[in-house]
Design a protein around this ligand. Structure first.
Ligand SMILES: C[S@@+](CC[C@H](N)C(=O)[O-])C[C@H]1O[C@@H](n2cnc3c(N)ncnc32)[C@H](O)[C@@H]1O
Length: 248
């Protein structure tokens, strides 16, 4: 049986077998993107000083050494088939790149589910006037009919365009702002509900759950990244250290 409020150093497809069916309230996750080549990405990352140095799964530029670098149709279908039975009602948020948006959407429709596309607009950085700027990322929300959002006082949380700032002190090259995770969690769950992140990275979803007083389960395949995520959670102090046994 899975323990709540801890991360597991495991492939999500193995770890998820220990989660009871119909037990998870929300999935907020950031699976690998669909990279055709890494050139644009490399310009953004740290090279030999990368946080991925010594990682088993990534080279120094954050490119996956395995075929997981292309997280395409088959991977997304496998992901849906693995996680959907675990949910009480389907309610899932997937960070993704532009090329993956139609795949997440079409795989949702095939299963009779609804979806929304949210856009995370980041500031313009390097401008290449041959193409539109790559200052957006996407989040596809997949949900069952009748899965409403909570009524919160802050109207900004209902905006499909997210303007949250990038993370500046990253411990993971694709680390996302905790504020976005907190928004989705507070819109879709109640305190004490269970949130699953099958692709933990630096532990952003878990940290958001601690702030929002939700329970979490997370899987991270890479041992070094898993350790870094646990260190991050152990640093949470004061009112945010809600659980005695965060991490391992
Ligand atoms: C895009 S990153 C997540 C970043 C995270 N949202 C954050 O803010 O730090 C995806 C993570 O999933 C992990 N991963 C890839 N395939 C996996 C699998 N099959 N099972 C578990 N983790 C996996 C990678 O090692 C990587 O750290």
């Amino acid at each position: 049986m899975i323990e709540l409020n801890r991360l597991y150093n495991a492939d999500y497809l193995d770890g998820i077998k220990d989660i009871d069916d119909k037990s998870v309230d929300l999935i907020v996750t950031d699976p690998p993107y669909l990279f055709d080549n890494g050139n644009w990405y490399k310009s953004d990352i740290l090279g030999e000083n990368s946080v991925y140095t010594n990682s088993e799964l990534y080279d120094n530029f954050g490119m996956m050494k395995t075929e997981m670098g292309r997280f395409g149709e088959d991977d997304i279908a496998t992901l849906y088939d693995a996680v959907i039975p675990k949910m009480k009602k389907v309610n899932m948020f997937f960070f993704c790149c532009e090329e993956q948006v139609p795949i997440y959407g079409m795989e949702a429709r095939k299963r009779g589910l609804h979806y929304n596309i949210l856009v995370w607009e980041k500031p313009l950085s390097i401008i290449n006037k041959n193409r539109f700027s790559m200052n957006t990322e996407y989040v596809v929300r997949v949900y069952d009919f009748g899965t409403g959002l909570n009524r919160l006082n802050n109207n900004e949380v209902y905006n499909k365009v997210l303007h949250d700032s990038r993370v500046t002190d990253k411990i993971h090259p694709t680390q996302k702002p905790v504020s976005i995770f907190r928004k989705f969690i507070s819109l879709c769950t109640q305190p004490g509900d269970i949130v699953l992140d099958p692709f933990v990275g630096s532990g952003t979803a878990a940290e958001a759950c601690v702030y929002e007083k939700r329970k979490f389960i997370g899987f991270e395949k890479d041992p070094k990244i898993y350790e870094d995520a646990n260190k991050r959670l152990r640093k949470l102090t004061g009112p945010f250290r809600l659980f005695g046994n965060i991490g391992v």
